[in-house]
Design a protein around this ligand. Structure first.
Ligand SMILES: *Cc1c(COP(=O)(O)O)cnc(C)c1O
Length: 455
C-alpha cells in the first residue's frame, strides 16, 4: 500500500471531518495535504494546487512564510504558553496595543479567545451583560439581538442563535435563543428593482423595529459589507453606515463580526473602514494570525469596558475565558502578520489584484449559466444558474463536478451551494489570480459541455 493509501484508510477510520457528510466523504479518496509554499498546497502524491480559498479564508502572506515561521521559533525559545488568568505575557500585551492602533478609534480593549465562534459568543455575552451592569431595572428587557438573514457567526449555540441559516436553526430550535431577523440587503435574489429601492425599504423596516422595540434589543450583530459563509451576499454601499446611525439613535450596540472580512479581505484593513463606521464591539479571527494558528479577539469600546468595573470580584465581572486565551506563540505570529501588512504594502497589492479578479470574473457575466458575479477585495462569488432568466440554481452535482475538475486542474476552491467562491491567499500575485480564474473557466466549460452532450 502506498503512503497515500495508508493515510486514506486511517483518515476514513478515525477522523470525523467538519461540515462534512462522512457517508459521502469516505466514498472518495481524499486529497491529503503534506506541505505548502507561497500560494500553493502540495498533497502526498506530489500534486500542486493553487490555494484559491486561502485554506478557508485565513492565509495572508502565503504558506511557509519565512518571517512568520521565524516569529514562532523566536517565541518558542522563550516560552510556549502561560495563562492570562491573573497574570500577563509580553506578546499578548503588544498585540492588544497593535490591534487597538489599527482598528476604529472607538475600540479600546481587547478580549482574546481562539475561534471566531468564541469571539462572537463573547460579544453576545458582553453586550447582554453590559446593559444589565449599567441598569438592571431600566434595561431588564434588552435581551434580544437584531440579526440578518443569511448571517453566519459560527457554530456554537450562541453564534448559531444570532445566525440566519434556517437549516441550522431547525435542528437546534430547542437550544437556541430567539432573535429578530431582518432581511439581508442583497439584490440578486430579492424582489427589489434596484439597490436604492432595496436599501430604502430595508432601512425603513429596521427603523420601525428599533423605534418600537429598542427596549428589547441589546445589539445588532452583522457581518459588515459581505455576508460570507452563506454565499457571499454583498451589501450596497451606505447600508453599514445607516445601520450604525440607527443603532446610535435607538441606543442599541453595534456588533461588527469581521472574522471573515477583517484583515484586508475587502481591500481595507477592516470592512468598517470603508464607511468610517465605529462599532461598539468588533469580532476578529480567521486571518488574524496570517492563517497560521487559531486566535480570535473581541474588541470593545471604553464605555462597555467601564460598565464591567467594580471593586469586588463578584460584582459586574465578565465571567468568561478560555484556557489558551492570549497564548504567546499565537500572539507572536499575529503580531508579525500585522507587521508584514505594512512591510509588504499588502493593502495596495490587494486593491490591485482585486481589480484583476473582478475584471476576469466579470467576463463570465455573458455566460448563460452565470447568474451573478459579486464581491469586493479578494472575496468574490460566481452564482451558477440553469439560465439567467429563471435564476434556478444549477444542480449541485454539476457544481460539485466543476469544483472537482478545478482540483484536477490544480486549483483548490469551494462552493457554497451553487455559488463558487474565490477567496484566495491575500498575497497571491496578479499572475496567479489570472491563473486561478483561467482554471475555473476551463473547468466550467468542460463540465457544462459534457453535461450538454449527455442530454
Ligand atoms: C468563520 C466565521 C466565524 C466562525 O469562526 P470559527 O473560527 O470557524 O469559529 C464567525 N463569523 C464569521 C463572519 C465567519 O466567517
Amino acid at each position: 500500500m502506498s503512503k497515500t493509501q495508508q493515510l486514506t484508510k486511517k483518515d476514513h477510520t478515525y477522523v470525523w471531518h467538519p461540515f462534512t457528510q462522512m457517508g459521502v466523504y469516505t466514498k472518495d479518496e481524499p486529497i491529503i495535504i503534506e506541505k505548502g509554499r507561497g500560494s500553493y498546497l502540495y498533497d502526498t502524491k506530489g500534486n500542486k494546487y493553487l490555494d484559491g480559498y486561502a485554506s478557508l479564508w485565513v492565509n495572508v502572506h502565503g504558506h511557509r512564510n519565512k518571517k512568520l515561521n521565524k516569529a514562532i521559533h523566536k517565541q518558542l525559545n522563550q516560552i510556549a504558553h502561560s495563562t492570562l488568568l491573573g497574570s500577563s505575557n509580553i506578546p499578548s500585551i503588544e498585540l492588544a496595543e497593535k490591534l487597538i492602533q489599527i482598528t476604529p478609534d472607538r475600540l479600546q480593549k481587547v478580549f482574546y479567545s481562539d475561534t471566531g465562534s468564541a469571539s462572537v459568543e463573547i460579544a453576545i455575552k458582553m453586550a447582554y451583560q453590559y446593559w444589565k451592569n449599567i441598569d438592571p431595572q431600566k434595561y431588564a428587557h434588552k435581551n434580544k439581538f437584531l440579526t440578518l438573514k443569511h448571517g453566519y457567526h459560527g457554530d456554537t449555540i450562541g453564534a448559531v442563535s444570532v445566525g440566519g441559516i434556517d437549516t441550522f436553526h431547525k435542528i437546534f430550535k430547542h437550544l437556541i435563543f430567539e432573535n429578530i431577523q431582518l432581511e439581508s440587503p442583497s439584490l440578486y435574489r430579492s424582489h427589489y428593482k434596484d439597490e436604492k429601492e432595496m436599501l430604502a425599504h430595508i432601512l425603513e423596516r429596521i427603523e420601525t423595529i428599533l423605534s418600537e422595540q429598542n427596549d428589547e434589543v441589546a445589539g445588532f450583530i452583522l457581518e459588515p459589507l459581505i455576508q460570507g459563509a452563506t454565499g457571499l451576499f454583498v451589501h450596497p454601499p451606505g447600508f453599514l453606515k445607516a445601520v450604525e446611525q440607527l443603532c446610535r439613535k435607538y441606543n442599541v450596540l453595534l456588533i461588527c463580526d469581521e472574522v471573515a472580512v477583517g484583515f484586508g479581505r475587502t481591500g481595507e484593513m477592516f470592512a468598517c473602514q470603508h464607511e468610517d463606521v465605529q462599532p461598539d464591539i468588533m469580532c476578529l479571527g480567521k486571518a488574524i494570525t496570517g492563517g497560521y494558528l487559531p486566535l480570535a479577539a473581541t474588541l470593545t469600546s471604553q464605555e462597555i469596558y467601564n460598565a464591567f468595573l467594580s471593586d469586588s470580584h463578584g460584582v459586574n465581572t465578565f465571567f468568561h475565558g478560555h484556557t489558551y486565551t492570549g497564548n504567546q506563540i499565537v500572539c507572536s505570529v499575529a503580531l508579525e502578520n500585522i507587521r508584514l501588512y505594512e512591510e509588504d504594502r499588502l493593502l495596495p497589492h490587494i486593491q490591485k489584484t482585486s481589480r484583476t479578479l473582478e475584471t476576469k470574473l466579470s467576463e463570465l457575466k455573458e455566460h448563460p449559466n452565470v447568474g451573478d458575479v459579486r464581491g469586493r477585495g479578494l472575496m468574490f462569488g460566481v452564482e451558477l444558474v440553469q439560465d439567467q432568466e429563471s435564476k434556478t440554481p444549477l444542480d449541485i452535482p454539476i457544481v460539485e463536478a466543476i469544483i472537482r475538475l478545478c482540483k484536477d486542474y490544480g486549483l483548490m476552491i469551494r462552493n457554497l451551494e451553487n455559488v463558487i467562491t474565490f477567496v484566495p491567499v491575500l498575497s497571491m500575485s496578479n499572475k496567479e489570480i489570472k491563473k486561478m480564474v483561467k482554471i475555473f473557466k476551463r473547468a466550467l466549460k468542460d463540465v457544462l459541455d459534457k453535461n450538454h452532450s449527455n442530454r
